[in-house]
Design a protein around this ligand. Sequence first.
Ligand code: SIN
Length: 495
Amino acid sequence: MKRASPPGQAQGSVGVGLSDPGLLRQAAWIAGAERTGRDWIEVTNPASGQVLGRIPNLGAEDAVAAVAAAREALPGWRGLTAKDRAALLRAWFDRVMAARADLARLLTAEQGKPLAEAEGEIAYAAAFIEWFAEEARRAYGDVIPGHQADKRILVLKQPVGVVAAVTPWNFPAAMVTRKVAPALAAGCTVVLKPSELTPFTALALARLGAEAGLPAGVFNIVTGAPAPIGEVLTGSPDVAKFTFTGSTAVGKQLAAACMGTVKRVSLELGGNAPFIVFDDADLEAAVDGLMASKFRNTGQTCVCANRVYVQAGVYEAFAAALAARAGALRPGDGLAGVTDQGPLISLPALEKVERHVADALAGGARVLTGAQRLPQGELFYAPTVLADVPADALINREETFGPVAGLVRFSTEPEVLALANASRSGLAAYVFTRDAGRNWRMSEGLEAGMVGVNTGLISTEVAPFGGIKESGLGREGSRYGLEEFLEAKTVCLSI
Ligand code: SIN
């Protein structure tokens, strides 16, 4: 994190090319008003290192103010009919879609992904708002036959209260709306702490929400370094629910901190997804699937293929086809011409990728393509395919979060199922096979919250997203995602 000081007046946008420059907000958003501070954090473009602007480095006091604003707004917001909340969410969706070209440019500038991918992410992010605007009116309760002749039992679904959300840098728009939209739909109010590496997309979304008519205090954003803000959000008795997307290590610490006040907790944490190609797979579809799963967002997604297991009969053919496709990707600055691969987010991220590659090579792996830094910029690493990676290499034990596919050869279905499940992570898994029975056996046997069968892209607003084991708690998206923000209250009536 880079800190800029002394503070002074916030500067205008640099080189993002927004048609509405007012979308780049260099201030937090609390109780329907912008807030700055004495200290600032610079936000840079990872493709060029250029400073895009800065955000206030707020602290505990500001986080307390944001929680107070959310608490004050809660009775009014939850008191609206679901239909009225739905109308406001729908108006927010319309604003986001109308501004999608600018939002995509902002997202690419601060995060680095190619513009086409950023446009896809804005549509994906907006889809959560649209979905939950529709779902707001379907938070049904229940009526249960009584346990005694004179008893009737009702289950009311009520908003949990103030929600604190902490979101990551890899999806600066979609991870915000996947949490904020269901919370608002359920009748909760929100305090969001976006990643300090990519705050501008979230701040633009909040501004569009305000323009759409979201009342003051309903959706607040606190910007700054994680620790002091996180301490308030996890410790405040006024926060009823904490939702986080990020690393498993940090998620465990935050969840532990939440237990002091027994908050509801949802965690979307790291993955280490196995990607399994059987001899009977459609090889072209499997290569397409791996390209999408592995190289989307330069390999910086929690659900991206991390361990690639290929059955012996198709191993060489698959490896050659994959290396040709990966080698043809065009890395570059997402705002400058047509590119399909961006930079890594930071130097430590790039160094981790290099460590994983070096470890695999030391274990006997072969480079089929890539395995080097690129001249496009300090944070660019070549799309890489390695063959003959040992099953116990670092790359198979830890999430790489970079553009490296390391191929492991296997012989039998039971062998690969055991390899795939030998991990404490359990977010996503992928299988390519044309055998219908094997589809079922693998889908049921893989220890993951989500399984892609003959596809490398599984994310959508209509399906539950989340992990098992140490990959998380709870689900986002779909009707399951709404439940995370509702309490079931039992009413027992004596008639
Ligand atoms: C993530 O990487 O955390 C989210 C990926 C997705 O929604 O597809």
